[in-house]
Design a protein around this ligand. Structure first.
Ligand code: ZN
Length: 311
């Protein structure tokens, strides 16, 4: 066993209305709606998963659509932006598509030599489309409106905004195998060579920043990827030895997970590749059923009655 963190696994955020979330990510951005399930800790709300064809790690953005949720407050101790890799030449398409849907966007100054298009989702979550310096080999999910020449490849990076960055950077470099690549302004870019993509964590230190509040439009947690349960257990032991409070391994149906709050305040998860999203739906039917884990299946009728219909 070579216990390595294999970049990002998924990122989970909090949304408001489920239908609006679905329209934005599935229809407008053309992501694959790979799983419709419930929040296992609160089965009266949905848990939506979006990704590529199979829901490969490093492409998966998930949401808890909580309905009438209060809007979060950006600040320190949060994952403050999610960035996706898109192909060179795709920005005109995306700018026109965002404009047609009245989504304001901003072309940012190049960051580490990479062009960046920034906008927010309907709940205020900060998103970025980035044209990566390195060729992204991932095969995209495509739709009738979003073809392969413009479609999202998967995560480029996650951005953390922290009051003090040192302890988080130490965790990422000493335990997670990331290296400090470059610094630009207040932004430190950390990368891992364990995977070719979804390998970047950007850390921004804002010493006098006020604490953020995680709610609608905020990232709830950032999940890093490991190959299997044995690797998960290895990292659990290492994190516990560092004095971090780590949950036991939890069965999330599609992966096995542990959670801990990193020293900068962001909720981190480590999640396995196994068993994957095909465990309860065939590939051609991903996202088409309401799927409940065994502990909630017995209450299917009550749960279904409370959830809004998604079209
Ligand atoms: Zn998660």
């Amino acid at each position: 066993m070579n216990p390595r963190i294999l970049g990002l696994h998924h990122i989970t955020a909090i949304a408001g209305q489920a239908q609006r979330n679905y329209n934005f990510y599935s229809k407008l951005l053309g992501m694959h709606f790979i799983k419709k399930t419930v929040n296992f800790d609160d089965p009266n709300t949905y848990h939506f998963y979006y990704g590529d064809a199979t829901g490969a790690a490093g492409t998966i953005l998930t949401f808890f659509p909580w309905g009438d949720v209060v809007t979060g407050r950006p600040g320190v101790g949060q994952a403050s932006a999610v960035s996706y890799s898109v192909p060179a030449g795709s920005f005109p398409f995306w700018m026109q598509r965002l404009e047609e849907s009245q989504v304001p966007y901003q072309l940012l100054e190049e960051r580490f030599g990479e062009p960046c298009l920034a906008f927010t989702d309907p709940d205020g979550l900060s998103l970025e489309f980035v044209i990566s310096n390195t060729h992204d080999e991932r095969v995209p999910w495509t739709t009738a409106e979003v073809g392969a020449e413009v479609a999202l490849r998967g995560f480029h990076a996650v951005q953390l905004t922290l009051g003090r960055a040192a302890a988080t950077v130490a965790l990422l470099t000493e335990v997670f195998g990331y290296q400090l690549l470059r610094q630009q302004g207040g932004r430190c870019r950390l990368t891992t060579d364990a995977v070719p993509e979804a390998a970047i964590v950007d850390v921004i230190e804002t010493v006098n920043g006020s604490q953020g509040h995680v709610a609608g439009g905020s990232v709830h947690h950032v999940a890093f990827r490991v190959a299997d349960d044995a690797t998960l257990q290895h990292f659990r032991e290492v994190l516990v030895r560092r004095g971090l409070h780590v949950t036991p391994q939890i069965d999330r149906q599609y992966f096995h997970s542990l959670y801990f709050r990193e020293p900068g305040g962001v909720l981190f998860e480590i999640a396995t590749d196994n068993p994957g999203f095909l465990i309860d739906e065939p590939l051609a039917e991903l996202g088409t059923h309401l799927l409940l884990p065994p502990q909630h299946e017995v209450r299917r009728a009550q749960i279904t009655a409370r959830l809004p219909q998604i079209l």
